[in-house]
Design a protein around this ligand. Sequence first.
Ligand code: FES
Length: 106
Amino acid sequence: MDVAFVALEKLSVLQEGYKKAFKVNGVDLLLIHHDDQTVLIENRCPHMDVPLVTGTLIYPSAIRCRAHGIEFNLKTGEAGGPLAGTLDCLKKYPLAYEGNQVGVDL
Ligand code: FES
């Protein structure tokens, strides 16, 4: 299958605290702009699959899952706390840019 750019959001909309879920080609994605970075991750907590769109963005550069409070580093994808090292990392997708839009090549 050919890879194609799928636009998700206008760059000008990416302000601090931005967090929005998308579904692209059957993949649940979560676009986040937080702590001076934009990241695209799978909208699924590696602990028990709860959608991370309901999570809380915390400093520095992490998201706390609403279900059991595990914090995931948005830079490394790793879980913090007692379960660190036992959970999968967040699944990250590389961002793609076209014109004034940010998106993903899927
Ligand atoms: S499902 Fe996310 S911390 Fe448990």
